[in-house]
Design a protein. Structure first.
Length: 267
């Protein structure tokens, strides 16, 4: 018997078998969840997501295109789910984007208006747009999670406008949690702040290798977190084990975020 038996939800953001969304899906499947997937309708993304789903043992996945910047596209995703599945228990929001030309050290002050607003739209506003459409389908309550990073709390050189977008995402989580938590809705909204990870999106951030190495050196556990550890936390937040938890940003970074000054660098 799994923690997610009888629960079904949509995963937004799998790019390949190296994405955090993939590891979340992996752990959810192991706990009995029924999953649907979306893919960005460009290039080989449909093939990549279908391949990732097959590696999870899902040969004929519920798979639909989704451009999170388009209201019409999001409408189509949730209308299709309602038609096929009727109800929805959870949503995993694991998408983010910013122009990689501005994700480099000493480039934040050069960020153009359209790059700034585009990062907010894709990485943060899309959570509101998905939540609004998910609400009517969560007839027995539900749970929504999203993915952040410590660069939304403290300056991480090179993370730049993505850090601003993640800060917006984390506070969006809290405002949504307040409104959606009303007893008539009973929907929980939480955020996972995971360590740096060489995902398809993460590889566009300047200095990613150095960020991972710094976490391994600095974190209290002296290592980087794994994808499975993030997936396990997602299972907790989406399962009935966390019915009293909402509006939280939970760090899964081996204690990196609790360290102020690395060992040997004190006063």
């Amino acid at each position: 018997m799994g923690l997610m038996d009888g629960k079904k939800g949509i995963i937004f953001g799998i790019a390949n078998e190296r994405s955090y969304a993939y590891f979340i899906a992996k752990q959810l499947v192991e706990q009995g969840a029924q999953l649907g997937f979306t893919y960005l309708p460009i290039g080989k993304m449909e093939h990549r997501v279908a391949k990732a789903a097959k590696s999870l043992g899902i040969d004929d996945p519920w798979l639909v295109p989704c451009d999170a910047n388009s209201n019409e596209s999001l409408d189509a995703v949730f209308a299709k789910w309602q038609q096929d599945e009727a109800t929805l228990d959870f949503v995993v929001h694991s998408i983010a984007f910013a122009d990689k030309d501005y994700l480099k050290p000493d480039m934040f002050h050069k960020t153009p208006r359209e790059v700034y607003l585009g990062a907010i739209d894709t990485s943060a506003y899309s959570l509101i747009a998905m939540s609004e459409r998910a609400m009517p389908l969560m007839t027995n309550g539900g749970a929504i999670i999203n993915m952040s990073y410590y660069g939304g709390e403290k300056v991480t050189p090179g993370y730049n406008v993505m850090g601003i977008a993640k800060a917006c995402l984390e506070h969006t989580t809290r405002y949504l949690a307040y409104e959606l938590g009303h007893p008539d809705r009973n929907i929980r909204v939480n955020c996972i702040s995971a360590g740096p990870f060489k995902t398809l999106a993460g590889s566009g951030v300047g200095g990613m290798d150095q960020m991972i190495a710094y976490q391994e050196h600095t974190s209290s556990m002296k290592r980087a977190n794994t994808g499975e550890e993030v997936g396990d936390t997602a299972v907790y937040l989406l399962s009935d084990l966390s019915t009293g938890v909402t509006g939280e940003t939970i760090h899964v970074d081996c204690g990196f975020s609790i360290v102020g000054v690395p060992e040997g660098h004190g006063a």
